[in-house]
Design a protein around this ligand. Structure first.
Ligand SMILES: C[S@@+](CC[C@H](N)C(=O)[O-])C[C@H]1O[C@@H](n2cnc3c(N)ncnc32)[C@H](O)[C@@H]1O
Length: 298
């Protein structure tokens, strides 16, 4: 059913709090170049103008490498680091000219020195303790040349408290699969989780099943329209009743809502300077936006 099932790299298993291998194919299919466009715009604004031509850049927790290919095309030398062999196998297909490291962000030590580094899509919310996050910052600091820039985004406590309310907030239905996403947050412990439920279609066995397939496909395509988001999410909430024969699997990812002042102190502790926090669209930081940190190695 999957377009190209990821072939795990023949490398040693590493310890990590998250496992993206199971849904790497889905991430690759749904979070394509379109998804990365806003983040690329942000990098073009705050990171790339600070770097030399043909700079060496580290994409920390690069996932399926959607941001890497446009950077390679723009002449940069990019290294993608991720802890998931499944995500990396897609990154290698999406941006074959990059260098890849199967490493844990908390323990990596790069032999290469980079002019800049970034981490997108709140990947660092997966680092569950402030000590570990500080160690990630230290590893990035050591991998940067003097003057090197680092930018990353985080979901923060006020934002998570407002939006992560144990309701289905995103999801998709296609003729082959459906998924829904439900985030939750516990302000007392600054911890949350997002739950991904994945449904996969079985090929129709009856003639009627075959004949009704194009109608279903058309219906599901209509549901992907933005103005039908509410209807789509309501259907997804009871998708197991709608399609009882589809297989269902469930994944939970734990995340930490690190308080922003503590993150700033952690960056200072390892030696970063010129630390600022912005939103992706330049507006004032509030509960509706994630926090984009920008800092520099002196
Ligand atoms: C939400 S995805 C973001 C991927 C990519 N940056 C993007 O913007 O599409 C989070 C990624 O972080 C990786 N990750 C999480 N914890 C990690 C760790 N401790 N070390 C390395 N990678 C990690 C996961 O494997 C996953 O690919």
């Amino acid at each position: 059913m999957h377009p190209t099932a990821p072939i795990p790299d023949p490398m040693t298993t590493i310890h990590r709090d998250t496992d993206y291998d199971t849904w790497a194919w889905l991430y690759n299919e749904t979070m394509g170049p379109e998804y990365g466009r806003e983040q690329l715009k942000f990098l073009e604004l705050v990171l790339l103008p600070e770097l030399p031509q043909n700079a060496a850049i580290l994409d920390l927790c690069c996932g399926t490498g959607q941001l890497i290919q446009p950077l390679i095309q723009a002449g940069y030398r990019v290294t993608g680091l991720d802890g998931s062999p499944g995500m990396l196998s897609y990154a290698r297909q999406n941006a074959p000219q990059a260098t890849y490291l199967l490493e844990d962000a908390r323990t990596f030590q790069s032999v290469e020195q980079f002019d800049g580094a970034f981490s997108t899509s709140a990947s660092l919310n997966h680092i569950m303790t402030l000590d570990d996050l500080t160690q990630v910052f230290r590893n990035v600091f050591q991998s940067l040349r003097s003057g090197g820039r680092f930018t990353f985004d985080l979901n923060h406590p006020a934002q998570m408290q407002k939006w992560w309310c144990n309701r289905i907030v995103e999801g998709e239905i296609s003729s082959r699969y459906a998924w829904r996403l439900k985030p939750e947050y516990h302000p007392d412990r600054f911890e949350g989780a997002f739950h991904v439920t994945l449904f996969e279609a079985k090929p129709p066995t009856s003639l009627l099943g075959h004949l009704s397939q194009p109608v279903k496909t058309l219906f599901y395509n209509c549901l992907s329209l933005r103005r039908l988001t509410g209807v789509r999410l309501r259907l997804l909430a009871r998708f197991e009743q709608m399609q009882p024969t589809w297989t269902k699997s469930h994944l939970t990812y734990r995340v930490k809502g690190h308080p922003l002042p503590a993150v700033q102190t952690a960056l200072q502790t390892v030696g970063f300077t010129d630390i600022s926090i912005q939103t992706i669209d330049g507006s004032t930081l509030d509960a509706n936006h994630s926090a984009h940190f920008i800092c520099r190695k002196p």
